[in-house]
Ligand binder design. Structure first.
Ligand SMILES: NC(=O)c1ccc[n+]([C@@H]2O[C@H](COP(=O)([O-])OP(=O)(O)OC[C@H]3O[C@@H](n4cnc5c(N)ncnc54)[C@H](OP(=O)(O)O)[C@@H]3O)[C@@H](O)[C@H]2O)c1
Length: 441
């Protein structure tokens, strides 16, 4: 691997969206970058066997579609991590930090679990029959688990106080990534200031304001911990450039006290992306039901749903664009998303971040588009939805019953985001202190 290679880390790469992202990264990089540039994909799985199977798939893709000279521009670095195990995350970070990587250009926080135990078929069937387009994009009939926790993090008896519980879905989807990203900060901050590192949080089209309860950060008391965690992901990422979160985000991106330092050149930028509805193993269904589900998502697309992306490679478009685009290209797209407000100088200056989504048309062509976020709108400006929505007034792609975010909703969203950043930072520091204590002789 050359020291100037673009290094991108993808978690949960052995299947589903993660594998789609890796395959699409290869194609987009080779299609768009100069022949002298190279890409190193660091991908994680949960076992050595899954890592080597993934390597075979990625290498077979390269062999099938590209010449030998193109092969040489792509390298793979398989790694293992269990995101519900903080010591496993720390082990991965140690390994990556000790490797010859000089910087990390992007991290795609993809791995995750749904944690659902089934579907409420009595609610699902009539809803799907009545409106397949929306019922498959916002499936209110999934049955979640309440109170699932990870295995104990630290050896028995290594702490003076009992170890507190850590929510399993919260940790697999968000907190494990949060720790990983923080601990990898020396590499992310080693990117040049004109090409800062990129953190891509993976959300979903689904979460609404009501899914998140700020007094239950880990979602231990809700029967929708997945949606709660995705709403928290939106809150964190979309407010990451707001003055109200400055102190907490500075602490999150700080490399102070970290043993393995690189030269600090920049601060990474945080984005949030949602892949649409993709048929993967995130929801466990019997084979025959999985086939019906696949057909249902295709039907929803043909009925006009722009979020029914179906296939992981297709759905990966948004993540790959965010990982490979220059900051200027993303800024330009953000300004376009604010098109309806460009006359309002204050709104432009305080530009809010966009939740990027992979959108698709009936013919299967994808584009990367702003997603409407409850109480944030498209850009956090509070501007009327229809004024600058890419789907036009037709409302396709908009949750039925959604209402425009009012300025006070946006204010509330930012306040919740700021509180969430503080709570996440506190949780990170608490766990770092516990890990340190458990290692005292
Ligand atoms: N599918 C959709 O429609 C959809 C929609 C919106 C958002 N998303 C998001 O997309 C991401 C990928 O989901 P997917 O649909 O591709 O699901 P998937 O096919 O089940 O893949 C999930 C990946 O994450 C890994 N993973 C799960 N728990 C982990 C843990 N504790 N530690 C490390 N790795 C772990 C899995 O590894 P194993 O194979 O070892 O389990 C697998 O590689 C998730 O964040 C999900 O929330 C999916």
């Amino acid at each position: 691997m050359s020291s100037s290679a673009t290094n991108i880390l993808v978690t949960g790469a052995n299947g589903g969206l993660g594998l789609g992202i890796c395959l699409r990264l290869i194609d987009s990089f080779l299609e768009s970058r100069h022949a002298t540039e190279s890409l190193n994909i660091i991908y994680t799985t949960r076992s050595a066997r899954k890592g080597s199977d993934t390597l075979k798939t990625l290498q077979a893709h390269l062999r099938k579609h590209y010449s030998l000279s193109q092969h040489k521009r792509i390298t793979f670095q398989p790694e293992n991590v269990e995101l519900t195990d903080l010591l496993s995350i720390r082990e991965l970070v140690r390994k990556v930090n000790l490797s010859d990587l000089t910087k990390l250009d992007a991290i795609i926080c993809n791995a995750g679990i749904g944690g659902w135990i089934g579907l409420d078929w009595f609610a699902a069937i009539p809803a799907i029959l009545a409106d397949i387009r929306n019922a498959t994009v916002w499936p209110f009939y999934k049955l979640g688990t309440i109170g699932a926790v990870t295995k104990p993090q630290l050896p028995d008896g290594s702490l003076t106080q009992p170890e507190p519980p850590l929510g399993e879905i919260f940790c697999a989807n968000l907190f494990g990534h949060y720790m990983l990203v923080h601990w990898l900060m020396p590499l992310l901050r080693a990117c040049e200031s004109n090409t800062p590192g990129t953190i891509i949080w993976v959300s979903s089209v689904e979460p609404q304001n009501y899914h998140f309860k700020s007094d239950d950060l880990q979602g231990l008391q809700t029967d929708a911990p997945y949606e709660h965690g995705k709403r928290l992901t939106d809150l964190l990422a979309l407010t990451s450039n707001q003055p109200a979160t400055e102190k907490a985000t500075a602490s999150f991106t700080s490399t102070e006290g970290m043993k393995l330092q690189r030269h600090v050149r920049s601060v990474p930028t945080q984005y949030v992306y949602q892949p649409g509805i993709v048929v993967t193993s995130v929801i466990s269904l019997y084979w025959i039901i999985q086939q019906a589900y696949l057909l249902g998502i295709y039907l929803a697309r043909w009925a006009g749903s722009p979020w029914s992306t179906v296939k992981p490679y297709t759905a990966a478009h948004g993540a790959v664009w965010l990982a490979l685009a220059t900051e200027d290209e993303i800024r330009k797209a953000e300004i376009d998303a604010h098109a309806g407000e460009l006359t309002n100088a204050t709104a432009v200056a305080k530009r809010g971040r966009v939740k990027w989504g992979t959108a698709i048309n009936r013919a299967g062509t994808t584009t990367v588009r702003p997603t409407e976020v409850d109480h944030w709108g498209l850009t956090g400006s509070g501007a009327a939805f229809a004024s600058h929505w890419w789907g036009g007034k037709s409302g396709l792609g908009r949750k039925p019953g959604a209402v425009d975010a009012k300025p006070e909703d946006v204010k509330g969203f930012v306040a919740l985001g700021a509180q969430a950043w503080e709570d996440m930072e506190q949780l990170r520091k608490d766990w770092e202190r516990r890990i340190e204590e458990s290692e005292q002789p």
